[in-house]
Design a protein around this ligand. Structure first.
Ligand SMILES: [Zn+2]
Length: 288
């Protein structure tokens, strides 16, 4: 199954949904940051949510950032996504390992601990919109469910799952966001609640060979898919962007770097790439 996001409506427009399969995207993050299984699961869940919430953006330039700050050993997670299926992310601590929970699952909740979830929507020209909510369990899907209810007043069901293989690679990853429109009937609501209550988990369903579309059809009636897009881990840093960042430091700062006489190394935390500038290159930049 290829990484893909679908979105659409169900129950005759009473419901809107987003669903994504993100195995390769999350495994790419694992490889870039050398993540432990626990950190892969934690960041993978947030990357998957970021992709779907990014797709809620209206304009091409809308960027969403999800940030989790906790008192657990992972400390923080940051994910940034655009509306076109591109996402990048990072964990503060990449190598955290904790004993498995009693049910055999990775203990993401303990890895994150108590803290805050922030959702920052940057729409380019205007001030970014920032919504915040206290973490409820640190399990991420549940925290986002509370976020939608508290900050955006939209009854929402969020499911996220990352299954790690024996060799520590990502076996499956995916999730969905189901949102209830204000005019939805009580009948529709109770039907969905009933189905969600008996729903196992995204990764378990995918393990049985189901696609995200199959899962949506299982949970919802009258599913209409409006959009399908490929998703990927993508960092938009480039030599041009890094150069711009250097220029923005100002001539005084650049001159003092030149006076120090050593090459400047800049590191991108999202893709772990290094950019190196020689003194001659810095001298050219300062001329701009
Ligand atoms: Zn980068």
């Amino acid at each position: 199954m290829k990484d893909e996001m679908i979105r659409g409506t169900a129950f005759g427009d009473q419901i809107r949904f987003f669903a994504a399969y993100t195995k390769d995207t999350v495994d790419e993050a694992r490889q870039i940051h050398d993540l432990s299984p626990l950190c892969t699961a934690a960041l993978g869940r947030l990357l998957t949510a970021g992709l779907m919430m990014g797709a809620m953006g209206k304009d091409e330039s809308d960027i969403i950032t999800l940030k989790i700050d906790g008192d657990g050993p992972i400390k923080s997670l940051t994910v940034t996504a655009d509306p076109n299926g591109n996402v990048k992310g990072l964990a503060y601590n990449n190598h955290v390992d904790l004993p498995l929970r009693e049910d055999g699952h990775l203990d993401v909740g303990r890895g994150i601990g108590n803290g805050m979830l922030s959702v920052i929507r940057d729409m380019g020209i205007k001030e970014p919109y920032v919504g915040q909510t206290l973490l409820h369990s640190g399990e991420i899907a549940e925290d986002l469910t509370y976020y939608f209810a508290e900050s955006e007043q939209i009854p929402t069901s969020v499911a996220l799952g990352v299954l790690i293989d024996r060799d520590r690679t990502v076996k499956h990853s995916g999730g969905f966001i189901i949102q209830v429109m204000p005019f939805a009937s009580d009948e529709t609501l109770s039907l969905i609640e009933k189905r969600l209550a008996s729903f196992s988990s995204v990764t378990q369903e995918v393990e049985q060979g189901k696609s995200m579309e199959d899962i949506m059809n299982e949970l919802l009636d009258d599913v209409k898919i409006e959009d399908r897009m490929a998703v990927r881990y993508y960092c938009n840093c480039s030599i041009e962007r890094v150069t711009k960042a250097l220029i923005s430091l100002g001539k005084k700062e650049l001159q003092s770097m030149i006076d120090d006489g050593e090459n400047i190394k800049l590191h991108c935390d999202f893709c772990e790439k290094d950019y190196e500038f020689t003194i001659d290159e810095l001298k050219n930049i300062i001329k701009c």
